[in-house]
Design a protein. Structure first.
Length: 417
């Protein structure tokens, strides 16, 4: 992409009323736009990051044998009444709306109820199971506070996956595999080393649900980490008897601020009984399907990455989710070298593109200092400079955004990167 064509521009300052670091950086660098408190738009650069995250999650969900669907955002109160979750006293984040004839509808904050009802129309026998469905879908939550930028939106994109099994044992085995897939997702995104499998309360069926908590000063949660076991517990389960049952010693735990990037639950028959999702087992007996649910917030994950890696100069993207891999910067100095620098830069841009390497090419007519400042703010992993000092076909000056390391490299070495 040519930066002169990129519709967003960088800015010196974020909006005055924005208190979160992730939103401030992302707005200044032109990745997102703030509509209002807790509501953000994704612009071309931001959307590329979201799509990279989405693809990583999609690959791992497909590898588990899950099938992608897309359910509606508008919700039928009938099924939520059946599960007892329509009342604002039970779910305190509902957004509700009305048809012209005053019939109430909800805007989905989560999708257990509609997913279970939808599946119930397609599952009859044990041969139809196990079944794993997932979607990427906008959730609406009337969050009380929205001080964490894209980490706590009132409208946000979630990947929610649902498992439908024949027995508790089948659910247990799948749940463990799903937990491993989650671990892999956070590793691939670049935050594996600081993300902990965390015991939390809930899961109607099991004693615990599990959160994936990423250690970060901007977090709204606290976790207590057992570093040796690479696990943690959250506030809800920080009780002596529970710690004992998990074989954890209180004195060994380290308290950290953290961000819940994912959450997985074993619901068992909680929703399937209420909504009549049954199957005929091998002996011809009707049984309720055994269900689990598995969520990740894509914006929350992106915001977490920003909070962890950004430095004083701006964003720093891990390669796996960066909007582009290379930021090609042409520096056209004074004198008559301009045409040859531009020719050299365009050639390199074409070669990288034809090798399938994603490049943002800063072809704008600006001072070097401004271009470097924008490059640091946008945070693309590798910066390449083409100037009057660059020879024909390189070597090129390449700088690593994260470490600041500068090397002179040939085209082939760039392609290897
Ligand atoms: P929290 O306790 O932080 O409010 P939650 O436990 O209500 O979150 P879940 O219902 O478990 O959230 O949702 C699954 C995942 O969706 C969370 O682990 C998180 O990654 C993401 N998520 C939840 N709420 C938001 C939000 N308001 N904005 C962005 N992502 C969110
Ligand atoms: Mg949760």
């Amino acid at each position: 992409m040519l930066q002169s064509h990129l519709f967003t521009k960088t800015r010196k300052e974020g909006p005055k009323n924005e208190v979160s670091a992730n939103a401030n950086f992302l707005i200044r660098a032109g990745f997102i736009h703030k509509e209002m408190a807790g509501v953000y738009d994704y612009l071309p650069l931001g959307l590329r990051v979201i799509e990279n995250i989405r693809n990583i999650i999609r690959e791992e969900m497909n590898a588990l044998g899950c099938q992608e669907v897309s359910l509606s955002a508008l919700q039928d109160p009938e099924i939520w009444n059946k599960s007892g979750r329509w009342s604002d006293d039970v779910v305190d984040v509902w957004f509700k709306t009305k048809l012209k004839n005053d019939v109430l509808l909800g805007l989905g904050a989560t999708h257990e109820e509609p997913m279970v009802r939808m599946v119930s129309e397609h599952v009859r026998s044990y041969r139809d199971l196990p079944l794993y469905t997932y979607q990427f879908q906008t959730k609406f939550r009337n969050e009380l506070r929205s001080k964490s930028g894209i980490m706590r939106g009132r409208e946000f994109l979630m990947k929610d996956m649902y498992s439908f099994c024949r027995s508790e044992a089948e659910l247990d085995a799948f749940y463990d595999k799903a937990a491993l897939a989650y671990k892999k997702i956070f590793e691939r995104v670049g935050i594996g080393d600081r993300t902990y499998f965390t015991f939390a309360s809930g899961g109607m069926f099991s004693k615990f649900s599990h959160e994936f908590q990423t250690v970060c000063g901007a977090g709204e949660d606290f976790i207590y980490i057992d570093e040796e076991k690479r696990i943690a517990v959250n506030d809800e389960v920080m009780q002596d008897d529970i710690l004992k049952s998990l074989g954890i010693e209180r004195s060994k735990l380290r308290k950290e601020k953290s961000i819940e990037v994912g959450n997985i639950f074993k619901y068992g028959t909680r929703y399937t009984k209420e909504l009549g999702l049954n199957f005929m087992d091998e002996d011809g007996n009707e049984q309720p399907v055994i269900n689990g649910a598995y969520g990740i917030g894509l914006g929350r994950l992106m915001g977490t990455v920003v909070e962890i890696f950004a430095d004083a100069k701006g964003l720093v993207w891990p390669e796996a989710i960066a909007p582009f891999k290379f930021h090609l910067i042409e520096i056209v100095g004074g004198g008559d070298t301009g045409d040859s620098v531009r020719k050299e830069a365009i050639e390199l841009y074409d070669k990288l593109n034809s090798n399938g390497v994603s490049v943002l090419y800063d072809d704008r007519d600006l001072r070097a200092g401004e271009k470097f400042g924008d490059s640091d703010l946008i945070g693309i992993p590798w910066r390449i400079v083409v100037s009057s000092k660059t020879g024909t076909d390189g070597p090129y000056e390449v700088k690593n955004r994260k470490t600041g390391e500068v090397k002179m490299v040939t085209l082939n070495e760039i392609l290897e990167l």
